[in-house]
Design a protein around this ligand. Structure first.
Ligand SMILES: Cc1ncc(COP(=O)(O)O)c(C=O)c1O
Length: 470
């Protein structure tokens, strides 16, 4: 049982503050533990509660056994780092704990969310539209598929598919969330067609058109193309203007998954990569990927005001969505969710604290890190640069004595890196079997010195494995 709630909260905050400070300085990002060891560290749930000190001690243990995603050497995922203002928004939204379903329960937070939606729509060049925050970029891609279905046939929501044979097109480099969405929507994963990409990972529009024509001949109904801005592995940007033209010709919903590449909206040097985004019917954008808000800060945006309601309507009128003075502000009727977190607040406070210029500076910093990493890697003969674009740098490491296949060696080095825990960078594998480090740079706390240190650690690890080999 907690004795003094005030003391307890003080201790919790001191513990978290200490974690924030130490995490930036620790010489490890992760301490790998076996699940069985972790099970032993965590005692069984007991009949009697713990006292304040014991709860705080347990919190410390959990922090200590967690991956330090706010560490500057956490470069493993498409998010990372720590921002005080965004975190203030995060903890305040869980403290306020509203549901975004109705204006009545989340008045100022609803206004904040709508302001952010409108601001981002305007930055993307949309003259009108609407949007909603969702549980992730994956969910936003799912909502896009549902809207495309509504656009094609508003009654499918009630009647089901009947004899319709829908087809959806994404590039072979697109995120796997489209597969999940094809499953959930009932369109079927075999009707999600992967369009070939070029060497740079960009969808080939001529191939897209060829496949659509063949499908039409075979009696299928193309309902959506999902282009990607910033593919997960290669950071490629599909050619939006050409894809938009094809969608216009064949009257297909044009969705753009800008979950990762949408960060270029806040860059002066790379904003041109978003050329044509205003032609999209809908867009996915994850602010948590490059701006530094905690997970999740995701948007679904569309130029078609009203489509979200048409797609998600149904239920709740008897107890939740009442007619009242401001009920036109309720967002629950737009959403797949009933309870919905106030994710807008963390982005709002971040944006207010840094201003648009501050967010642009942050993004330019990330881009400069990617340039620096690319240069360092390409100038060192121990590395082989596979591909570099936007915030993604893909590379391999050679063994000094070259007696081992570079794919297998790169994978061994990555495994050893995780065990050591001083830095965390993920790897990816291409269909042709090429295995490489996928260095991504969304963490604004990372500096050039950290990149140099990371490359040094990779080479040290490679040398150690190399010696063991001989
Ligand atoms: C291109 C792309 N789209 C969508 C997603 C899914 O985003 P989320 O993790 O927010 O669901 C990702 C995740 O990395 C991504 O890279």
């Amino acid at each position: 049982m907690l004795h003094s709630k005030e003391h307890f909260l003080n201790d919790v905050f001191l513990t978290l503050q200490k974690y924030i400070k130490q995490s930036a300085e620790n010489d490890f990002v992760v301490k790998v533990s076996h699940p069985e060891k972790l099970k032993k560290i965590l005692p069984a749930l007991n009949e009697e509660g713990l006292n304040s000190e014991q709860v705080v001690d347990e919190l410390k243990t959990i922090l200590d056994h967690s991956v330090q995603t706010i560490h500057p050497m956490f470069l493993n995922q498409l998010f990372g780092g720590f921002d005080e203002a965004a975190w203030a928004g995060e903890i305040a939204s869980s403290l306020l704990n509203p549901t975004m379903a109705t204006f009545e329960i989340a008045p100022i937070l609803t206004v904040i969310e709508k302001r952010l939606v409108n601001e981002i729509l305007e930055m993307m060049g949309f003259e009108r539209g609407e949007g909603i925050m969702v549980t992730g970029g994956s969910n936003s891609n799912l909502v896009a598929m549902l809207c495309a279905r509504t656009e094609y046939s508003p009654s499918i929501r009630q009647t089901g598919f009947g004899h319709n044979r829908f087809r959806i097109y994404v590039s072979e480099e697109a995120h796997y969330s489209f597969d999940k969405a094809a499953n959930i929507t009932g369109i079927g994963t075999q009707n999600l067609i992967q369009v070939p990409a070029n060497d740079q990972g960009e969808m080939i529009p001529e191939e897209l058109e060829r496949i659509i024509k063949a499908d039409l001949n075979d009696g299928y109904t193309p309902i959506m193309v999902g282009a990607t801005l910033g593919t997960t592995v290669m950071g490629a940007f599909d050619p939006l203007v050409k894809v938009a033209k094809i969608c216009e010709t064949y009257k297909i919903w044009f969705h753009v998954d800008a979950a990762w590449g949408g960060g270029a909206l806040f860059s002066k040097s790379k904003r041109h990569l978003l050329k044509g985004i205003h032609l999209a019917d809908s867009v996915t954008f994850d602010a948590h990927k490059t701006l530094g808000t905690p997970l999740i800060t995701s948007f679904f945006l569309t130029k078609h005001a009203g489509i979200l309601k048409d797609t998600n309507r149904g239920g709740g009128a008897e107890y939740l969505f009442h007619e009242y003075d401001n009920s036109e502000w309720d967002t629950g009727t737009y959403s797949l969710q009933c309870g919905r977190r106030a994710d807008a607040l963390k982005l709002w406070l971040l944006w207010r604290a840094h201003g648009t210029e501050g967010l642009i500076e942050r993004t330019e910093h990330l881009l400069s890190l990617a340039d620096f990493a690319t240069k360092e890697i390409s100038e060192n003969s121990r590395f082989k640069l596979i591909h570099s674009h936007y915030l993604n740098v893909c590379f391999q490491v050679h063994a000094r004595h070259d007696q081992e296949n570079i794919n297998a060696f790169t994978l061994r080095v990555r495994k050893a890196l995780v065990k050591e825990g001083r830095a965390l960078v993920n790897y990816a594998q291409r269909a042709d079997g090429t295995i490489f480090f996928r260095l991504v740079l969304p963490n604004h706390q990372t500096q050039k010195s950290h990149i140099s240190e990371l490359l040094k650690i990779i080479l040290e690890t490679a040398d150690r494995l190399d010696i063991l080999n001989r």
